[in-house]
Ligand binder design. Structure first.
Ligand SMILES: Cc1ncc(COP(=O)(O)O)c(C=O)c1O
Length: 346
C-alpha cells in the first residue's frame, strides 16, 4: 500500500485513473505471462547491450502517433529534460525559460555552458524583449499546462514568436498529455514549429517514463551526446511495453478524458476563486495565509480528502494555495462535499 493512499484522491497526477485500472493491470499481467523476459534487466546502456527491438518499435509507434519524425524514450520526464537541456544548448546560446518551468529544466541548465534567463510567466512582451537583446542562438522552454497554477501557455503565440526570432522552442507536455489528447502540440499541429516536446507517462498514462519527440537529427545528436541517455542502464522492456499498452488503452477509452472534463465543470460551477483555466484538471485555490491554509488542509484530511497545499516561501507570500487535482474517477458527491468545506473556510 502506498503512503497516505487511504483517502479521496484530489492530489495525484493520475488524472484518468489509469494507475488504478484493474482492466489495464490485467492486460499488462497477460503480457508478462506471455513473455516473462519483459521483467528482466536490460543489462546495459542502450548504446551497448541495453537496446532492444521493443524499445525501438515503441519509439517508432510514439513518433507516428504524435506525427513527429522521431521519438526517444527515457525512464522519466526528469531524465528527458535533463538530457535535452544539458546537451542541446552550448556555450554561446541562451536558454529562455518561463519563470514557472519545471525544476528539471533548471537542473539541466546547470550542466550546460549556456546562459539561462527567465521571462515572466506567460508574458509574451517580456519574452520578446529578452529575445531582442540576445546575440547567439536562443532556446525557449515552456510547459503547455503549468502544474502550479493550472493555466495554459499561449503555445501558438509563443511558437510564432520563436519563428520570428529564429529561436528553438521546446515544450514540456507533462500535464497536458492524455488529458487533452496527445497534447497541445498535436492538437494545434505545431510539430514543425517546435524543436522538441517532452511527454511524460507518469501522470495521465498511469505508468512511468517519458519520450522526447523531435526530428531525426535531434534524436541522433541526443543519442550520441546526451549523458543522461548514454551513461545509464536502460529500463526494462516492461516499462516500454506498459507505455505502448497505455497508448492503446487511452485510444480505446476516450470517455475518461470526457468524464474528467465533466468533473472539472462540476468543480468550476462551485465558484471558488481560482487563477486556473476552466478546463484544467489542476485547480489552484488561493488561500493567502500559511496558517489558514494548513488548517484547511487538515480539515480536508480529517474528512478524508487528500489535497496538496503549497506554502510560502515555496510560492511568493500572498500566493499560498491549495492545489486540487481532479480525476475522471472523482464523484460529483465528493467534489460537492470537498468544495463545500473549502467554501466554509474562506
Ligand atoms: C512539467 C513537468 N515536467 C517534467 C516532470 C518530470 O517527470 P517525471 O515525474 O516523469 O520525472 C514533471 C513531474 O513532476 C513535471 O510536472
Amino acid at each position: 500500500m502506498r503512503f497516505q493512499s487511504d483517502g479521496i484522491d484530489f492530489y495525484s497526477n493520475d488524472y484518468l485513473g489509469l494507475a488504478k485500472s484493474k482492466e489495464l493491470q490485467n492486460i499488462l499481467l497477460q503480457k508478462i505471462t506471455e513473455n516473462p523476459q519483459l521483467l528482466s534487466g536490460s543489462t546495459g546502456s542502450r548504446l551497448i547491450s541495453g537496446n532492444s527491438d521493443v524499445a525501438n518499435s515503441v519509439e517508432r509507434l510514439i513518433a507516428q502517433k504524435h506525427q513527429f519524425e522521431s521519438a526517444l524514450l527515457f525512464p522519466s520526464g526528469y531524465n528527458a529534460n535533463l538530457a535535452l537541456f544539458s546537451t542541446l544548448p552550448s556555450r554561446h546560446d541562451t536558454v529562455i525559460v518561463d519563470e514557472q518551468i519545471h525544476r528539471s529544466v533548471h537542473d539541466a541548465s546547470q550542466l550546460s555552458n549556456a546562459k539561462k534567463l527567465k521571462f515572466k510567466h506567460n508574458d509574451l512582451e517580456d519574452l520578446e524583449n529578452i529575445l531582442k537583446r540576445q546575440r547567439g542562438h536562443c532556446y525557449i522552454a515552456i510547459e503547455s499546462l503549468y502544474s502550479m497554477e493550472g493555466d495554459f501557455a499561449p503555445v501558438q503565440e509563443i511558437a510564432a514568436i520563436a519563428d520570428q526570432y529564429k529561436a528553438s522552442l521546446i515544450v514540456d507536455e507533462a500535464h497536458a498529455f492524455g488529458v487533452f489528447g496527445y497534447g497541445l502540440i498535436e492538437k494545434y499541429e505545431l510539430q514543425k514549429k517546435v524543436l522538441a516536446t517532452v511527454v511524460t507517462y507518469g501522470k495521465a498514462l498511469g505508468a512511468h517514463g517519458a519520450a522526447i519527440l523531435c526530428n531525426e537529427t535531434v534524436k541522433s545528436y541526443l543519442v550520441n551526446f546526451a549523458s543522461p541517455f548514454i551513461y545509464t542502464t536502460s529500463a526494462q522492456d516492461f516499462q516500454w511495453v506498459s507505455i505502448k499498452t497505455g497508448y492503446e488503452f487511452l485510444d480505446q477509452h476516450q470517455e475518461l478524458a470526457k468524464k474528467l472534463q465533466d468533473n472539472i465543470k462540476i468543480f468550476r460551477s462551485r465558484n471558488l476563486q481560482s487563477p486556473s483555466s476552466e478546463i484544467s484538471p489542476i485547480q489552484a485555490i488561493l488561500i493567502p495565509d500559511n496558517q489558514k491554509l494548513k488548517a484547511l488542509q487538515n480539515t480536508l484530511s480529517e474528512e478524508g480528502f487528500l489535497t496538496y497545499a503549497i506554502y510560502s516561501p515555496t510560492v511568493k507570500p500572498g500566493s499560498e494555495r491549495l492545489r486540487i487535482c481532479l480525476h475522471s474517477f472523482n464523484t460529483e458527491e465528493e467534489i460537492i462535499k470537498m468544495t463545500g468545506i473549502i467554501k466554509e473556510s474562506i
